[in-house]
Design a protein around this ligand. Structure first.
Ligand code: ADP
Ligand code: ZN
Length: 433
């Protein structure tokens, strides 16, 4: 454990620490970020009204668009000369969101990433292959800083060049793999087709997988393929990057590092704070961020939180798995469809390579849902493969879950594009009105 005093802090002490920091941080944001001062005034409140964590609900939310509207430096609370690094989200859907760090922010983030590795069981003996994208994306450098923090050895392969990736994994004796779960699935497939026996040729024991939602089935597949323990890591660029929350060795929920993040769960429609255990949207306040303080930041990620003590001895509350994003939901012909439901069905049909799928929605007057999925390579080669029969089976099983009929297209193994970063499973071709 990297910071036992903080990591093992009991709930009452942790709450007290959060409260002190929260009260201080609210004032800091108010005094240094004009956007917050203006919002507080509009709501008729001042930092003097925030006396405890129970007052948190009085503070207005911050949303992703606030960052876009204040592009590039509008939420900066320090002079630019004190900023030592910036990152940005992909920005494929408009103005990128820029995030900034002071030297102290980078220290905090590195420490959180170090804790994140060590909670998953990594230590200074490990050889850590970091296949997240280095650059503006927070994944690469975030996972890199964490390696430095625990004194392990970094193999900074970054994304891409899958063959070299596998060669490094073998030759360097990589023990910890950090990448998106989609890429881990692809690496497993590529390893086999390149003639590696992942259990024999690789020395992997831990996986640090995150940056996108993934299923229990995907976890099982990756663990079985490589013989490692796969840990879920959660974060986002607005909250430093990865390292907000991680699964400990018990793999039963992701501990949120609550000395740095205050979490609330809200009803996404009404904004009302929900009691512990209810599913809703995660809202975070950063408790010590200098460059870009964010108060009550709405993530759009849906989950439940548990404050129960974990078997590992940590009291930091746990995210009991991210259940997808509020804006992931597709409405097809009036029916709500979550891509994760489709993935779940596909992953549970043995004849399929259910992780390689694509959802396509078309329609001008009537919506049509297509699901393209690859057949498992072994099944595809076998005499038992009956395309029409399997297609009907998949369509029936999808219908049972979705209550609407999707048209299924079965694809030969290796047909769909593979990803080195986050998977793009949905192609919505409907004209937006
Ligand atoms: P962008 O994709 O806009 O560049 P980020 O890379 O910061 O931004 O992505 C953050 C988002 O990724 C989160 O809000 C969440 O939806 C998703 N995400 C990150 N980690 C996980 C995880 N472990 N499980 C599910 N979703 C995750
Ligand atoms: Zn734990």
């Amino acid at each position: 454990m990297l910071d036992p005093e903080i990591e093992l802090m009991r709930t009452d002490k942790l709450r007290k620490l959060q409260e002190e920091r929260f009260i201080r941080q609210v004032r800091y944001a108010y005094e240094n970020v004009p956007m917050y001062k203006k919002r507080f005034r509009e709501k008729g409140i001042s930092p003097d009204d925030i006396k405890s964590l129970d007052d948190a609900h009085k503070i207005p939310f911050t949303v992703k668009n606030d960052l876009r509207d204040h592009y590039p430096y509008g939420i900066l609370a320090v002079p630019l000369r004190d900023v030592v690094e910036m990152h940005a989200s992909s920005g494929t859907t408009g103005t990128p969101t820029v995030v900034t760090y002071t030297e102290r922010d980078l220290r905090t983030w590195s420490r959180l990433m170090g804790r994140t590795y060590s909670a998953a069981g990594a230590n200074s003996e490990d050889v850590i292959q970091n296949a997240y994208g280095y650059g503006l994306f927070t994944g690469g450098l975030g996972f890199h800083y964490g390696i430095r923090e625990i004194g392990a050895m970094a193999v900074p392969t970054a994304t891409g060049n899958t063959k070299r990736q596998l060669k490094m994994m073998k030759d360097m004796g990589t023990t910890v793999l950090a990448c998106t779960p989609s890429y881990a699935l692809y690496l497993g497939e590529a390893a086999k087709s390149e003639g590696y026996d992942p259990h024999e040729d690789f020395n992997l024991r831990i996986g640090m997988f995150g940056a996108e939602p993934w299923s229990e089935e995907a976890r099982k597949k990756i663990q079985d393929t490589f013989g490692l323990r796969a840990h879920d890591v959660y974060g986002m660029s607005e909250l430093y990057g990865p390292g907000v929350a991680v699964e400990c060795e018990h793999q039963n929920g992701l501990h949120i590092w609550s000395d740095e993040f205050l979490v609330e769960v809200i009803n996404p429609e009404t904004g009302e704070v929900l009691p512990e255990g209810e599913k809703g949207e995660l809202v975070f306040t950063m408790l010590t961020r200098e460059a870009m303080p964010l108060l009550r930041y709405r993530t759009k990620d849906l989950a439940t939180i548990s404050w129960e003590e974990c078997e590992c001895g940590r009291y930091h509350p746990r995210i009991m798995r991210i259940r997808g994003r509020a804006d992931d939901m597709l409405i097809v012909g009036g029916v709500n469809v979550f891509p994760s439901q489709i993935e779940h069905v596909l992953m549970n049909i043995d004849e399929l390579a259910g992780e390689f799928f694509q959802i396509v929605i078309e329609g001008e007057i009537l919506d049509r849902l297509y699901v393209k999925v690859e057949v498992d390579p072994k099944h595809y080669e076998s005499d038992k493969y009956d395309e029409a029969k399997l297609k009907k089976k998949v369509e029936d099983e999808l219908q049972a879950v979705l209550t609407l009929r999707a048209r299924v297209e079965l694809l030969p193994p290796g047909t769909l594009p593979r990803t080195e970063g986050k998977a793009k499973h949905v192609l919505d071709l409907r004209k937006k009105v």
